[in-house]
Design a binder for this molecule. Structure first.
Ligand code: FMN
Length: 271
């Protein structure tokens, strides 16, 4: 088996590729999606019903869980209690605060010697230590960082410029196309410091795990999302995961090569 070919061959089946396609938000299905979301959001009782309905187990024996937290686990619990999705931003973050966010949520925890075959481990678990998600930062208003699109490099602990913004007006217009009001409601881009995009490199996982690798990529997104949320709390920052974006314009803006590179989630960041 030639490993080089494994990476360049399409490791995902047509079913998996179809799933990526059918789960995309497009300009054609955005209104249908928005209506479905609104019909649930408008009546809070529905959300309650959905959650409780799928938790019903009938009559079961219960084992009461009594805790014995130590100081550290209490601290971790308290950080989780303070975590929340913020949708109103007041101030802009500074570059150092952005650095704190990245380096306390996604970073190399253990480096091995260069000639070693082992990979560096990072701050999240990842199937096969393949780390198939790259974090992009669309900088709108971060203080001390020129406007543009960056990719975070955890090895060098740096941001690499992918594309600088031509002008604020054109840049914001491009972003409004990616995050349409029809789906998200109105958001003031002037108040958001930047938008994180979780860029999945599907082939990084599928070359080893095939279709099952697609699940693993999504799990990395979840772990990263939670780490970023918890880091935001401890660094006095605010964030909100945003699934309501149009896939194609966002993928195009970031220069992703479909279908193997895809924006899997985004996150508004501010203060
Ligand atoms: C995958 C995912 C997608 C989300 N998409 C949106 C979104 O498009 N718009 C939004 O306002 N919130 C979005 N959220 C935030 C959730 O609504 C929020 O996590 C949930 O209401 C629970 O609130 P909490 O995070 O403050 O505990 C998203 C969260 C996740 C994890």
């Amino acid at each position: 088996m030639d490993v080089a070919n494994l990476f360049y061959d399409q490791g995902l089946s047509q079913y998996a590729l179809d799933f990526m396609q059918s789960s995309s938000m497009t300009s054609f299905n955005q209104l249908e999606n928005a209506q479905r979301i609104q019909s649930i959001m408008n009546i809070p009782y529905y959300s309650q019903q959905i959650v409780t309905h799928t938790m019903e187990r009938g009559t079961t024996k219960r084992v009461k869980l009594n805790t014995s937290f130590n100081e550290e686990s209490l601290e971790l619990r308290n950080i989780q209690i303070r975590r929340k999705s913020s949708r109103s931003f007041q101030e802009h973050i500074r570059l150092e605060e952005l650095a704190n966010l990245f380096l306390s949520s996604y970073f190399i925890t253990e480096r091995f010697e260069k000639h070693s075959h082992h990979l560096s481990r990072r701050s999240i678990p990842s199937g096969g230590a393949l780390y198939p998600v790259d974090l992009y930062y669309i900088n709108l208003n971060t203080i001390g960082l020129p406007r543009g699109i960056y990719v975070y490099n955890p090895h060098e602990e740096s941001l690499e410029l992918v594309q600088s913004a031509a002008s604020k007006k054109i840049f914001f217009r491009q972003l409004k196309k990616c995050f349409p009001e029809a789906v998200l409601g109105s958001w003031n881009l002037d108040l958001i410091s930047g938008i994180l995009v979780f860029g999945g490199v599907l082939s990084r996982c599928s070359c080893k795990y095939g279709d099952r690798g697609l699940r693993f990529v999504l799990m990395d997104v979840g772990a990263l999302c939670q780490n970023l949320h918890l880091s935001a709390v401890t660094n006095g920052l605010a964030c909100c995961a945003i699934g309501g974006y149009l896939d194609q314009p966002l993928n195009d803006l970031l220069g992703f090569q479909q279908p193997n590179e895809s924006a899997l989630l985004s996150m508004f960041v501010g203060k």
